[in-house]
Design a protein around this ligand. Structure first.
Ligand code: SF4
Length: 490
């Protein structure tokens, strides 16, 4: 049974008033005032029964989880051990000196009972508060991803049962076939190399189709920085350009290609902030054709580093004519080559959505310029994307001076965001096992980072006003009529 939170903080305990013991400018005081948990009770009510023992109030559980990541406490057991020793923690949680601190298992039970959605709501709520405080501009965003070490050792990686491998291979095959059979009118599929996020094509590529960790099957083997493969997750985030507020978070298994998540992350940012994106800034891993065209269609300026020109094929090398040597005629939809021959469209590649242009059969075989033009035995092929016009516009934007300036800023901004999360809030390593639990960890870390920015901004912009507002909020939350009202007047 879900219990009520005791809204009145204990005033006297061993003649100690915790509210007086916690200094007025203590960060936890500001965070407690800024953390609006009014939605939690309603959001989790369906997961509690009407009878039985009274639970720890959900608001207290959320505050405990916030503490866990705010101070990067190494475990939940450790948190429960130190709560009775810390007056500020007791005050933050609403406990008195004599109160019994719950067992650490309440946190894991609550996560299991509530699922991920409550933490998504908590994150969105804090982002909304940042929007209201004017900390989110919304139209210019940075997107990046970082790998997180899974809580499982390499020793737990075992070959999968041959039948399971067969089933996974079959699913992957079917998905690839499905992509190949896509109707021309459909949106272009992802061309970043990892396949759609969450699909077996992306998640179980190569080694991960045959091996799986027995302790954390959701984590996948990823090689990074020239080191050995490790079990990893990947956290994707959107950071707003104005005050570096994290506005969208997504967690996937480590093998998922970040490029495939760009459009979804933009959508998530727009949903959370209610602001339309005009410019997205990201590194070369996001600069594939699919993303460039996707952004152009959505009228978003993609300031990304461009990947290699994958439409033009892999056979290009020095001494061979580039595509620029071929002139395109939009009226006849043909190319003219340096030997003045015509290349006509032959077929549309169903996955890349590129048309192949070739000369008439045998033309290239007898051409005098062949040695400078192609190394293929059948002749030269030119590839042109179905949305070549949009692609060229997007490339021009990505190559502009503004884009280059934004990319320079991106490097420091995203590094700061991930480094702060890793060094101060434990982003580097998964605390728990399973994709949904990792998603909760990523959401809580982002929430804590945003909360810190929010309270810092409020106190910097007008410290007196901020403290008064926070105290007023705190007063309303805690309903402490015995507190001297003069504080507000001061
Ligand atoms: S090899 Fe073929 S495409 Fe190239 S210049 Fe000669 S005819 Fe034209």
């Amino acid at each position: 049974m879900m219990s009520e939170e005791d809204s009145e903080l204990p005033i006297w305990s061993y003649r100690v008033n915790l509210d007086k013991r916690v200094r007025s400018d203590h960060p936890l005081r500001r965070i407690r005032a800024a953390l609006d948990l009014s939605f939690v009770r309603k959001a989790v009510a369906h997961t509690y029964g009407q009878k039985g023992n009274k639970s720890v109030p959900p608001e207290v559980i959320i505050r405990m989880m916030v503490l866990l990541f705010l101070d990067d406490i190494k475990s939940e057991r450790e948190l429960m051990r130190i709560i009775p020793e810390r007056l500020d923690y007791l005050w933050f949680l609403g406990y008195g000196l004599d109160d019994q601190i719950p067992d650490h298992s309440v946190l894991s039970k609550a996560r299991k009972r509530w699922g991920k959605e409550v933490f998504v709501s908590l994150f969105s709520q804090v982002v909304q508060q940042c929007v209201s405080a004017g900390l989110v501009e919304g139209s210019k965003i940075h997107v990046d991803a970082s790998l997180v070490e899974a809580n499982a050792s390499l020793g737990s990686v075992k070959p999968l049962d041959p039948d399971v491998v067969k089933a996974i291979e079959q699913t992957a095959k079917e998905q690839i076939q499905k992509l190949d059979e896509q109707d021309d009118d459909q949106d272009p599929p992802n061309q970043g190399g990892g396949g759609p996020a969450g699909s077996s094509v992306g998640q179980y590529a190569k080694t991960n189709r045959q091996f799986r960790s027995t302790t954390d099957p959701d984590a996948t083997l990823v090689r990074h920085g020239g080191l050995k493969s490790r079990l990893r997750y990947k956290t994707h985030r959107v950071v707003d350009d104005a005050h570096e507020i994290i506005t969208a978070v997504e967690t996937t298994t480590g093998a998922v290609d970040e490029a495939s998540r760009l459009m979804e992350l933009i959508e998530a940012h727009e949903d959370t902030t209610d602001q339309a994106v005009r410019t997205v800034i990201a590194d070369a891993r996001y600069g594939n054709i699919s993303n460039l065209i996707g952004c152009r269609k959505a009228k978003i300026r993609a300031h990304v580093k461009l990947l290699g020109d994958s439409i033009q094929g892999k056979g290009r090398s020095e001494g061979i004519y580039s595509d620029d040597h071929f002139s395109y005629d939009p009226l006849t939809n043909t190319y003219r080559c340096p030997a003045d021959e015509i290349l006509k469209p032959r077929r549309l590649h169903p996955q890349r959505l590129t048309w192949e242009y070739v000369t008439a059969k045998g033309t290239c075989l007898v051409c005098k310029l062949r040695a400078f033009c192609t190394r293929s035995r059948t002749g030269r092929t030119i590839h042109r994307h179905r949305d070549q016009g949009l692609l060229e516009k997007a490339r021009k934007i990505a190559d502009s001076k503004t884009a280059k300036r934004d990319l320079k800023r991106r490097q420091h901004l995203m590094e700061r965001s991930f480094a702060d999360a890793a060094n101060c809030h434990g982003l580097k390593r998964a605390r728990w096992r399973g994709l949904w639990k990792q998603a909760i960890q990523d959401l809580l870390i982002a929430t804590v980072q945003n909360l810190r920015k929010l309270v810092r901004y409020l106190s910097q912009s007008d410290p007196d006003l901020a403290i008064c507002l926070l105290k007023l909020c705190h007063r309303l939350i805690c309903s402490l009529p015995q507190q001297p009202i003069q504080i507000l007047a001061n």
